[in-house]
Design a protein around this ligand. Structure first.
Ligand code: NAP
Length: 528
């Protein structure tokens, strides 16, 4: 495959001529060929118009047809895995095994969402049959389900070149739900993005789908992304990235004449509460486990444990000393982009200056794009009184918060903002009697982890990857990972007094698709 550095506008390749940018190899510290050209305003308009024109056909595709397309994209990713991984390694500095594993996760995700499209249980089909003789008024026949929302715009993140990128979870779930997709490519890995985009475009052609099914736009700045969010034909947005970026796009969408939903999965500090019993039972194992979780991918994970909350005791102090020694000995690694490296340096330098905050571990970092762990500690009183300490520092930096006792731990938990995850490390007896900590944390996070670590997000039917603001922009009512992700790209429609012939197959009397439906209050697969 050949990387051209040009956008994909439906079945056509964009023209050269826009503002230019290049991918950057953070490990080698040099720019990579080719030069990428930003999409023009006319190309953006064309991509959106094509998606709008394709939307009715996509809404009519059966689950089986969407599945066939998603499986074809997955097969193509697997067939080209070596080439895709090699380019992603060069553009991100991530290890080859990580990139290869992420491609397998991405193709698995595409297949899982394809199966969900066929199963159709998420459509929430409900039927209330008519009662013409009901007094004082007859009850009408009414039937409802979720229908595709229309063209979706997807913004991938820098730290997952595949799983949260061009063919990542947002794109796969939007296709599975029956929506055309326009991706704004992330400039941190544009070459890998273009290769994946070419494979999706091939699959569109081979499945005979409308050309507006998919477009991929490059842009050297924020203009194209913001114009997409504001375009009247765009009906929903999926975003994975920083709080600043997600909030900006959500605000733009809310200010449109017709506001649209923005599902922004943003930063998170992922607190870990460690109770005394856990320290007594497995302190050494937790040093290794927490270190591995906090330094995975040099801390560049949205689920990185950024806040460690403990009650002060000799055992807790010994635990933190051992962890700090391991962190200090951690070798540096390249960060994903010079911009992320700069933000990391600025964020850690600012935290060093905070009154009441002390550095407890600082590993050596000398390479221009390199970073290594910098950890801090503060008292619960300092944490509670300093709003800036609740902010995510994207990278291998965390804050240890010292509490006097369980009551102060609970106060810290109540003070937290929304997070993607919250972790409780507890001893065997403590887990059942933690004084309400679990209930407080359940109000703060989308996923609660017991005696584990927050990194590593399983793609499954039950997974929740979202949370109250600022972890996500929708108050934690959706997930960007797992099959519930499809529910973001649909809206409810009720058909009242429609004859069978005019109803979608999902709501017809004989239940031709064999869906599990709520019929007059009972779940059943039998017909009406
Ligand atoms: P980012 O800088 O926000 O970039 C994400 C995408 O949004 C990029 O395409 C970016 O374009 C665009 N963008 C950012 N600000 C924008 C604005 N004001 N207007 C228009 N477009 C804008 O985030 P990132 O560096 O890729 O990722 C790091 C962050 O993502 C961390 O905070 C991490 O925790 C979070 N993250 C969250 C999850 C999750 O699932 N919740 C997963 C992974 C990462 P440009 O690149 O052109 O700036």
């Amino acid at each position: 495959m050949n990387i051209r550095g040009l956008s994909l506008i439906g079945s056509k390749v964009g023209a050269p001529g826009g503002a230019k940018f290049q991918a950057f190899d953070p490990a080698a510290g040099k720019s990579l060929d080719p030069v990428f050209q930003s999409a023009s305003a006319a190309e953006l308009e064309q991509a959106v118009r094509l998606a709008d024109a394709a939307a009715p056909a996509w809404a009519k595709l059966s689950g089986a047809e969407r599945n066939r397309f998603l499986r074809l994209v997955a097969d193509k990713l697997d067939q080209h895995a070596a080439e895709l991984a090699a380019r992603a390694v060069a553009e991100t500095g991530l290890a080859l095994a990580r990139c290869t594993g992420e491609i397998a996760r991405t193709s698995g995700q595409l297949r899982l969402y394809g199966e969900a499209a066929v199963r159709g249980d998420w459509l929430d089909a409900r039927i209330e049959t008519a009662l013409p003789d009901r007094k004082p008024l007859p009850k009408p026949d009414h039937r409802s389900l979720l229908r595709p929302i229309g063209p979706v715009v997807v913004f991938g993140s820098s730290n997952f070149p595949f799983a949260y990128s061009v063919a990542g979870g947002d794109t796969a779930s939007a296709f599975a739900a029956g929506c055309p997709v326009i991706v704004k490519a992330h400039p941190a890995h544009p070459g890998a993005g273009e290769l994946v985009g070419q494979l999706i475009a091939e699959a569109v052609r081979e499945c005979g789908l409308p050309e507006g099914s998919f477009s991929l736009l490059f842009d050297a700045g924020f203009g194209a992304g913001q114009a997409l969010v504001q375009h009247p034909m765009v009906k929903a947005v999926g975003f994975t990235g920083s709080l600043a970026g997600g909030r900006k796009l959500a605000d733009l969408a809310a200010a449109r004449p017709e506001p649209i939903p923005v599902y922004a999965e943003m930063g998170s500090i992922n607190p870990v509460f460690i109770l005394p019993g856990a320290l007594a039972e497995r302190s050494a194992a937790m040093v290794d486990g927490l270190h591995a979780s906090a330094t995975l991918g040099m801390g560049q994970f949205c689920t990185n444990p950024g806040l460690i909350v403990l009650q002060r005791s000799p055992a807790a102090e010994e635990f933190v000393r051992a962890l700090a020694a391991k962190l200090t000995a951690t070798p540096e690694a390249a960060m994903l982009t010079p911009g992320i490296r700069k933000n990391y340096a600025t964020g850690t330098a600012a935290r060093t200056q905070q009154p009441g905050v002390k550095v407890i571990a600082e590993a050596k970092s000398t390479a221009a794009c390199g970073a290594a762990p910098v950890w801090f500690e503060a008292s619960a009183a300092t944490f509670l009184g300093t709003p800036g300490l609740s902010a995510e520092i994207f990278g291998p930096s965390s804050l240890v918060v010292w509490c006097r006792d369980g009551a102060e731990m609970l106060e810290v938990a109540r003070h937290l903002e929304g997070s993607l995850t919250a972790t409780l490390q507890a001893g065997a007896v403590e887990a059942a009697a933690q004084g309400g900590l679990v209930d407080v944390l359940a109000a703060k996070a989308g996923r609660l982890v017991l005696n584990g670590y927050p990194t590593g997000v399983e793609v499954s039917h039950a997974m929740v990857h979202g949370g109250p603001y600022p972890a996500a922009s929708d108050g934690g009512r959706s997930t960007s990972v797992g099959t519930r992700a499809l529910n973001r790209w649909v809206r409810l429609v009720c058909y009242q007094n429609f004859p069978d012939t005019l109803l979608p197959a999902e709501l017809q009397n004989t239940n031709p698709l064999g869906l599990l439906r709520l019929v007059n209050g009972d779940f059943t697969r039998t017909g009406v």
